[in-house]
Design a protein around this ligand. Structure first.
Ligand code: SF4
Length: 461
């Protein structure tokens, strides 16, 4: 989501005549689009802002993203930062910024917003910010936010405080953006949101800050689009492209969604379902609202649907796991290990618990030592290595569609529809045959070798 937000920031600045500096030391403007999920990310911002403040002249320094609204961060960086602003306010607030003398002397007198003027309250502003058409990270992969914010208040997470409540983007607007991207030749569309599977567009009904709960629970008037229906609409757009989506909350996964994901031909066969812990008491303390048994039952349903509807039966299940949550005993931790063995993940993103100011878990005793957290992560990683390798071995001998993403030396690197990384020896140049550039092109690749974290193969076309 932060990558996608940065693309929007780049658009606003670019539309006002600013160009990206080749490195931070040459920049007149430095914008930190911050992440507050872990302390480490936060500490890097402090370090870099302090370094900039020592420069003469000091560049205009802006802090946006998760840390921008935190009072303790504002106090700590007082006099060093020119503007703290929430991401949704960025286009508006940037207008009021004093332009440094270096820029004032040039043709740029004042930054301006490229967004349409807000037409409503808080929620409407959020939607306006999402209307900015960003400069995408490359010419073939695009992040398309479908919603922002979160209502779940997991006890360790800052997102609901940093981004506010859930707001879904109108389906029509999303479809329009994807259609344009596909027309331009984009091959992978990533539908983004903190909790994509709670997506709900009520058509003409508008949310407001006071009525979001009523709005979210409003009855279906025949115009409502939920996440499964949105997937169907995006899938119906003509063209050869992949659809993927992140992230999901287990409590919002419905049978309708599982069926849609498994049946729709353009939706990639990779389901990311964060579990965070395998112990019911810890899951409860995390305020996640499911049990390990319910979670594993969902995994079972997802796997059966993929096996039923996907002819080659290849799919990936990935997850997020926190180790060392306050009070997590060794016995409780072993329940996480048990879930990992049963779910047989293809990939898991581990996080050693890091207390975040303002969250409910901040007040809990962070009593698992750093060393023990590292040990627990390593233990789970060993389980992951085995399940990932076993899953990768199923690919040997299969010929699959691979999207080429990069080149290093004589090798190209791409990924399968199941989000497995592939190292390729020979690549078909391009569909257009105009250029030798193979980036962003689908290739048929025969998998010849499976490693723990990737596959190897040769181009067959
Ligand atoms: S679902 Fe939980 S972890 Fe995910 S963004 Fe919302 S509060 Fe954070």
């Amino acid at each position: 989501m932060n990558h996608s937000d940065s693309e929007r920031i780049a658009t606003v600045l670019g539309n006002n005549g600013l160009k990206a500096a080749s490195n931070i030391n040459e920049a007149d403007f430095v914008i930190f689009n911050t992440c507050g999920v872990r302390q480490m990310a936060e500490d890097r911002v402090y370090g870099q802002v302090h370094n900039l403040a020592a420069r003469n002249p000091k560049p205009v320094t802006i802090v946006t993203g998760c840390l921008a609204a935190r009072k303790d961060v504002q106090r700590r960086l007082k006099n060093k930062v020119d503007l703290f602003c929430e991401i949704k306010d960025f286009p508006k607030k940037i207008k009021k910024l004093v332009i440094p003398s270096k820029v004032e002397g040039s043709t740029i007198k004042k930054l301006d917003s490229s967004t349409p003027p807000p037409s409503g309250g808080f929620a409407q502003d959020n939607r306006d910010y999402l209307k900015i058409i960003p400069k995408y990270k490359n010419g073939f992969q695009a992040y398309v936010p479908i919603m922002t914010g979160c209502n779940n208040f997991c006890s360790y997470c800052v997102v609901p405080y940093a981004r506010g409540r859930e707001i879904s983007r109108p389906a029509e607007e999303i479809i329009m953006e994807v259609k344009n991207l596909v027309k331009k030749g984009y091959k992978e569309i990533v539908l983004l949101g903190q909790n994509v599977n709670s997506y709900k567009d009520h058509g003409s009904l508008s949310p407001s800050p006071l009525s979001w709960r009523r709005w979210r629970n409003a009855p279906d008037e025949g115009k409502t689009t939920n996440f499964s229906q949105l997937l169907k609409k995006v899938n119906a757009i003509a063209g050869h492209f992949w659809i993927s989506f992140i992230s999901n909350h287990p409590k919002d996964v419905t049978d309708e969604m599982i069926q849609a994901v498994a049946k729709l031909p353009k939706v990639c066969e990779c389901f990311h379902l964060p579990v965070q812990s395998g112990n019911d008491e810890i899951i409860k303390k995390m305020n996640r609202r499911y049990t390990a048994k319910q979670y594993l039952n969902l995994i079972k349903k997802i796997k059966s649907a993929y096996k039923k509807y996907k002819p080659d039966k290849l799919f990936s299940i990935t997850s997020d796991m926190i180790v060392g949550f306050p009070g997590e005993t060794k016995k409780q931790f072993m329940d996480s290990a048990e879930v990992m063995k049963k779910a047989k993940y293809d990939m898991v993103f581990f996080g050693q618990y890091s207390p975040r100011p303002g969250t409910t878990a901040w007040k809990m005793k962070n009593n698992v030592s750093k060393k023990e957290k590292a040990r627990r992560e390593k233990y789970l990683n060993e389980i992951l290595k085995k399940t990932a390798f076993k899953s990768n071995k199923k690919y040997i001998g299969k010929t699959l569609e691979v999207l080429i993403e990069s080149k290093k030396g004589n090798f190209y690197f791409g990924k399968t529809r199941t989000m497995k990384n592939v190292k390729i020896v020979k690549v078909h140049p391009v569909e257009s045959s105009q250029s030798e550039d193979a980036m962003g092109v689908f290739n048929r690749v025969k998998i010849t070798k499976a490693n723990t974290w990737n596959l190897e193969g040769i181009r067959t076309k």
